[in-house]
Design a binder for this molecule. Structure first.
Ligand code: SAH
Ligand code: F3S
Length: 483
């Protein structure tokens, strides 16, 4: 099952958070990773203070913002199509409408955007959202406005996000920004800058507020959560310059995870994304200790070939990765593991591809996100290697790994047949209005007849049937406790 996250799109907020005194209307949509969706909530909060409420109706917006993704060329094309749509709406319905581009594409293309896309009034990189009030003033004065300065400190710790498109149950909480890993294919270090962690106290405060508002599950977000480190400052590259005292008392990811789990024992806690090279055993021990931390680890590997892993600048071999997977299952036997995979990286041979299939066969991931390599300008891979795998070959290899994943997902879902699994109800099932849909700890979707339950309830569901992606069951009367 291929899920291309860059095609997911967020509509606009429920009107719950809107302020009655605000008169201006903001239409904001997000593409790409969860961090973008989380950032849009920060942006909505900053603009709420400038008199903007969010709207779902594009035609009536005073300001349209699109939070963009650069991870693959396809993601950028999707955004360009949206800009065409805004252009048409502006022309036909709302000539006063202003349009701004946020996020990774803004950072990558900078001023070029203003030339290429005549409709764009404002270009704002991921670390410049606090400058939005000034940039807006520029736009209102009839000028173009650009701020794509990357920061070494900005974590938006002091901004309380306006929850967009929320079901009131699941919330995203960002804990780090940027990435220092420099995988050769990846544009993120260029568009999101140096890796920095957020003050743990501000993370705990944000989660406290979410608990008061009735949220039931939080996902701690970062490009590489295992690398989280707060030592009074959060800039990763300066950790070694910190005093001995600061280094000795620093908060690591496993410590942060434990602090969150202890502070909110009735909330489910998830985290994403884990990087094999930075993940350490102490995280698994914290997960066993606190039953509210969900038994799921998203652990991208990208390839099963040691040669390709090296060219990708991933700091581990396939064998080391498999050792880590074994360790996870030794400590957390019920933990599900999911993957990200890239096929068709420059020079990938059939043998390399087979190594990826072999690794998948060994792990039998619960689910995964699989992509064809897309050359990103400016990355080390683009500079060093030719994008030499023919499109047809990339396509075939993608089909092969997607098929393998489907088989492994089916293997994993079948393990639940006849068993009872705990589900946090998130919404009505899209396929059947008489059924609820939620996820178990392993992050597998479960659907079952509604009964007396409601969204936000944690219920035990006995699994009677399954597809490769979904568990189907009936809720059992006993009260659920996470286990
Ligand atoms: N650490 C990040 C990874 C960011 S990108 C996180 O938090 O998710 C998400 C996935 O996109 C990567 O794991 C990789 O599988 C894929 N990806 C990144 N750059 C790519 C490229 N140039 N071509 C194809 N896929 C890519
Ligand atoms: Fe990208 Fe590698 Fe960081 S995939 S986000 S450079 S861990």
């Amino acid at each position: 099952m291929e899920k291309t996250i860059d095609e997911t799109k967020q509509g606009n907020s429920l009107q719950l958070d809107n302020k009655p005194q605000n008169t201006r209307k903001l239409f904001i949509e997000s593409y790409g990773c969860a961090m973008n969706f989380s950032d849009s909530e920060v942006v909505a909060s900053i603009l709420q203070e400038q008199g903007f409420n969010t709207t779902q109706i594009l035609e009536e917006a005073d300001l349209v913002l699109v939070n963009t993704c650069s991870i693959r060329d396809k993601a950028e094309q999707t955004v360009r199509k949206r800009l065409e749509k805004y252009n048409a709406v502006k022309r036909d319905h709302n000539p006063k409408m202003k349009v701004g581009v946020l996020g990774c594409m803004a950072e990558r293309l900078k001023e070029k955007f203003l030339d290429e896309e005549k409709i764009v009034d404002m270009v704002v990189g991921p670390d410049a959202y606090k400058d939005l009030p000034n940039l807006l003033a520029e736009v209102e004065a009839g000028n173009d406005a650009v701020n794509v300065i990357l920061s070494k400190e900005e974590t938006y710790a002091d901004v309380s996000p306006v929850r967009l498109n929320s079901n009131g149950i699941n919330a995203l909480v960002s804990i780090t920004r940027g990435c220092d890993n420099m995988c050769t294919f990846c544009v993120v270090p260029f568009t999101r800058g140096r890796e920095r962690s957020r003050d743990p106290q501000s993370i705990l405060n944000e989660i406290d507020l979410l608990a008061i508002q009735g949220y039931k599950e939080i996902t701690l977000l970062g490009q590489n959560v295992d690398s989280y480190l707060w030592y009074g400052g959060g800039l990763k590259k300066d950790f070694k310059k910190a005093s001995e005292m600061e280094q000795a008392t620093a908060t690591s990811f496993s410590q942060l995870l434990e602090m969150v789990a202890v502070a909110q024992p009735t909330m489910r806690v998830r985290f994403s994304t884990s990087n094999p090279q930075d993940m350490t055993e102490d995280v698994f021990h914290v997960m066993t200790k606190h039953k509210n931390i969900c038994n799921h680890i998203h652990l991208p590997v990208q390839s099963g070939s040691d040669r390709i892993l090296k060219e990708m600048n991933r700091q581990h071999t396939a064998a080391e990765y498999l050792k880590l997977v074994d360790k996870i299952w030794e400590i957390l036997p019920d933990c599900s593991i999911s993957q990200d995979m890239i096929v068709g990286f420059p020079s990938e041979t059939e043998e390399d591809h087979q190594a990826t299939l072999d690794l998948m066969e060994k792990v039998k991931y619960a689910f995964g996100y699989m992509y064809k390599y897309s050359e990103r300008p400016g990355t080390m891979a683009a500079r060093k290697f030719e994008d030499d795998i023919p499109e047809a070959t990339k396509k075939r290899r993608l089909t092969e790994i997607v098929d393998a994943q489907r088989k492994h997902s089916a293997f994993r879902t079948k393990q639940f047949l006849g068993k009872t699994t705990q589900v946090l109800i998130e919404r009505e099932s899209k396929k059947n209005v008489d059924e609820w849909s939620g996820r178990n700890q392993q992050s597998i979707v479960v659907v079952f007849p509604k009964g007396d339950n409601k969204p936000g309830d944690l219920v035990n569901v006995k699994i009677t049937n399954c597809t490769s992606a979904t568990l189907i069951g009936i809720s059992t009367p006993s009260n659920a406790h996470e286990s």
